[in-house]
Structures are given as C-alpha cells and as structure tokens.
Design a protein around this ligand. Structure first.
Ligand code: FRU
Length: 512
C-alpha cells in the first residue's frame, strides 16, 4: 500500500510538472506574438512576409475590411496577392486567410471594393447583394515579352461577408488600350448620375471611367497630364466628395513614385469639382497629404456609416521599403485617419486627424505642469516608449523649437519648427539603423502650413514610427525610424522663447 501511494504521488508530480511545462510553452508563445524588434504595437502589420498598399477597403455589416498587397513567400515584393484582415473598431484587427491569389491573367495588384447594394452587377441577389472587388491584373509573362498591355482590370465578388471570393468568369472587365501603367482602380457610386465611377492611374494622369454594373466600363475623361507633381509614375488614385460648411468639393488623391518631396514616394492631392464625368480644379500648387516620408498609396474606405471619410496609408516608401531592418515581416499601415476640409487663406486644404477610436488604447493620462522655455531645454521624466503625447505651444517668432525623442545611448529623432524660415524639419539620421539606404538617411524639410506662434501638436509614437499631427492634422508628418534602443525620453528645447501647456501623455496599449 505504501509503495502504491508513493507511485501515485510520483505520477501526480510528473503530470503536474508536464502541465506546468505546457503552460510555460503556451505563455512564451503568447508573449512572443508581435514582440519582435521594431514590431508596431498599435499599427496594422501582417504576421509575416511582405506587405504594401492597402486595398479593397470597404465597411460592411459591422466590419471594416482591409485587404492589402501581399507576397506570402518572402519579405520583399513578389507575385501579388490580396491579404485580408477585418476590424470592428478600426483599431484591433483579426487576420483572415488570403482573399485573392494570382491566376492565369496575372498577379493581383491594387484596387478597391464596394458594396453593390442594388445588385447592379447581378453577381449576388436582391436579397443578398454582393461585395465587389475591382483590382488590376498584372501579367508578368506579357510584361517579359515586352508587351505594353500587361495591366488590365478584373473583378471578384463575395456574398459571404468577404470571407470567400469568386473571380468573375469573363475577366478582364477593362482591357488595356496600349499603355504600360494602367492600374489601381478606385470605384465609388455616383448618386447624381446613377453610375459607378472608376478613377484609374494611367502613367502620368488619371482616367475616369463609368459603368452601370461594374462590368461594362466606358471612358469619360482624363485629368492631370500637366498639373501637380510629375517626378514619377501616378498610382493609387482616390476620388471622393468632402463637405465644407454645406459646400461640396471633390478631392482627388494621387500617389506618385518617385517624385515625392524627399525623392521617394508620396501622395499629392487636388481639390476641385466632379460632375460625374470630369474632374476640374483651379489649384495651381502641388499639395502633399503628408509631409513625412512614410505614407504612401493611401486611399479611403467605401460604404462607411455616417458618411465619414476614413483613410489608411502604407507606412513606408518604395525608396527603401524592401530594405528596412525588420526580419519576419516588412511594413505596416499608418493609423486610420479621418479626412476633412479646412480653409487656408483663400483655399481649401485637407486635414487628416487620427480616428477617435484610437482613444480606446489610451492608458491613464499623465498630465504635466506648464513649461516655460527661454534658450533652455526640458526633459520629461516619464518614459514614453509607446505613447500619444498632446500639447499646446505658444512660441516667439524667432528661434527654433525642437522636439527630441531620445535615449541614454545617444540615439534620437528630432522635429524642429523654425518660424523665421517658415520651415519644419524632421531628422532621423541619428537614430540607430539608417545605413541600409542612403535615401532613408536624409533630413526632411517642409514648409510650415500652420501659424507657429500658437498651435496644438500630437505625437503617436510606436516602436519604429512617429506620426505627428499639428492642429488636428492641418499638417501631418509620418516617419519610420529604427533605433537600436527604445527612444523613451522626450526633450523639448527652445532657442528663443516657448510656452508648453496642457501637456498630456497617454501610454498606449498594444493591440496584439
Ligand atoms: C503602389 C503600387 C501600385 C501597384 C502595387 C503593386 O505602391 O506600385 O501601383 O498596383 O503597388 O504591388
């Protein structure tokens, strides 16, 4: 009996040891999820491998869909698929299986998705209208053969909340007229004309097409041969209306690569009018949606409840996107932003504010007393590794104001506001890894779009990105950085005078 009890005891100890070991494995696995060096904690990034543009963004039955250019076999660009994720709050994301795979017509390049609520395509039923994805086919074989017609537009449909997609049997729905760059269809319903409108990037301009059913398309007009920036090819357009005090204006986003303000890729925009056929503008200057280097190919969600215009961009740049020092995955999206119009002098401009839903990630605010600087600097005591930092600034019109995110190892990134020169400068050249690309290692200067005497500034700082929103997004700067150690201290320094008020830091929770 004694031996029997001993045996039972030994067996019991063995079982609980292995249960504990299993638990330990489980815990490390969970803890290891999205904890790699540089892994964004509150931005969308794929679990692994290569991602570029956001695609097919559509809201449907409580879910924001995010598809994205995805290559599941490598951490550099390759044959494109549409990866897929959904979110109910625009903040937390659930990864779903790849939605669209390349086929005999080619890779699946960028495009959009719409809810065909009237079943105009006939690809669903009246009772269960379909979601339709409209995307570019890029045929690598034709391309290799030296043909000009390797990009065409195809569609696919889903009648199960975007979970499975069927490609339309008579693809492509829009053939190539003999122009190499012919891609990235962004489609919306145009109520006054009762038609679908497609904005398509065609080399150095945008072409508009219309369709009653998403299948038969006719060309309406061209825009932009001789307007805006033309240092590279035009890509990923988006056309949408925005209201300003009861006045409707139409906005056309156009991404361009290369030829952005810092050489690589960037997104410009035009504000004008659209009559269902033609986009017109009297805008003379080139306007950029973001004055940082890392917001590209961004477009807006379709079918958003209460008509909000919600935007997401690829937080990288073709100049070095495939070289950034992350190992398991490459690239992330910006935080989602709400676009609206504001008036700047005589003209309209776009304001991009972080969506309010991001506030749900805030931990308790750390408020700090007012700081007065006169040729001096102030370092905030609290560490700010993952944080939203919000403050109001008044400053003299002479001298420079620097915001420096730094660490004990001497690494830093710096934003400088120089009222005298009417300039804002972002410097990431002293933050750890920069030598993987000369184009990454540069200092970015842009014009001030706001009054520097008095402004609000908000930073969203993640593990390897900083997004800066001035006056709720009148000027936005999105920049990546790859410091060896976390940049967990903020120093503000003024040559001249500055007063910092209403300083609030919110530590931010990880979404993963
Ligand atoms: C923009 C882009 C698109 C194209 C896609 C390919 O970043 O070049 O024009 O459809 O990426 O991945």
């Amino acid at each position: 009996m004694k031996y029997f009890l001993l045996l039972i005891f030994i067996l019991f100890m063995q079982c609980s040891k292995s249960a504990m070991e299993n638990k330990a494995v489980e815990t490390t696995e969970k803890n290891g999820y999205y904890t790699e060096k540089y892994r964004p904690q509150f931005h969308f990034s794929p679990e692994e491998k290569w991602m570029n543009d956001p695609n097919g963004m559509v809201y449907f039955e409580g879910e924001y869909h995010l598809f994205y250019q995805y290559y599941p076999d490598s951490t550099v660009w390759g044959p494109m698929h549409w990866g897929h994720a959904v979110s109910t709050d625009l903040v937390h994301w659930e990864h779903l299986p790849i939605a669209l795979y390349p086929d005999s017509l080619g890779y699946i390049f960028s495009g959009s998705a719409v809810y065909d609520s009237l079943n105009t395509s006939g690809l669903g039923t009246k009772e269960n209208p379909p979601l339709i994805a409209i995307y570019t086919y890029h045929d690598p074989i034709l391309e290799k053969q030296g043909s000009d017609v390797y990009q065409t537009q195809g569609i696919a449909y889903s009648t199960d909340k975007g979970r499975t997609w069927t490609k339309y049997e008579s693809n492509p729905v829009l053939k190539n007229p003999g122009i190499k760059d012919f891609r990235d269809p962004k489609v919306r319903w145009h109520e006054p004309s009762g038609k679908w409108i497609m904005a398509l990037a065609v080399k150095d301009h945008i072409s508009f097409y219309s369709s009653p059913n998403l299948i038969d398309w006719i060309k309406e007009s061209d825009f932009g041969h001789d307007l805006g920036a033309h240092g590279g090819v035009w890509e990923c357009p988006d056309l949408f209306p925005l209201d300003y005090n009861g006045h409707e204006k139409w906005v056309l986003l156009v991404s361009i690569n290369p030829g952005g303000p810092y050489g690589g890729s960037a997104t410009q925009y035009f504000i004008g009018d659209f009559d269902g056929k033609t986009f017109t503008t009297d805008q003379k200057t080139t306007l950029w949606l973001d004055y940082g280097a890392d917001n590209y190919a961004g477009v807006t969600w379709s079918n958003v409840p209460n008509g909000e215009t919600l935007f997401l961009g690829w937080m990288s740049n073709w100049a070095y996107g495939m070289l950034v020092p992350t190992e398991k995955w490459r690239s992330a999206m910006t935080v989602p932003r709400k676009l609206s119009l504001y008036q700047h002098e005589e003209n309209y401009r776009i304001k991009s504010e972080p969506v309010e839903a991001l506030n749900s990630l805030r931990n308790e605010a750390i408020s700090m007393p007012e700081v007065k600087l006169t040729n001096s600097r102030h370092t905030f005591e609290k560490p700010i590794d993952l944080a939203e930092i919000n403050l109001d600034v008044t400053q003299a019109t002479s001298g420079t104001l620097d915001f420096i995110f730094e660490n004990e190892a001497g690494e830093y990134i710096k934003l400088s506001i120089v009222p005298e020169k009417h300039e804002i400068i972002f410097d990431r050249s002293k933050a750890g890894k920069t030598s993987f690309s000369e184009e990454f290692n540069s200092i970015h200067r842009s014009p001030l779009l706001f009054d520097p005497a008095s402004f609000n500034i908000r930073f969203y700082k993640d593990e390897s990105s900083l997004e800066i929103f001035i006056n709720n997004g009148e000027q936005v700067i999105t920049e990546l950085f790859f410091s060896d150690e976390p940049l967990n201290k903020l120093t503000i320094q003024a040559s001249g005078e500055a007063i910092l008020k209403n300083i609030k830091t919110y530590p931010i929770q990880s979404i993963w």
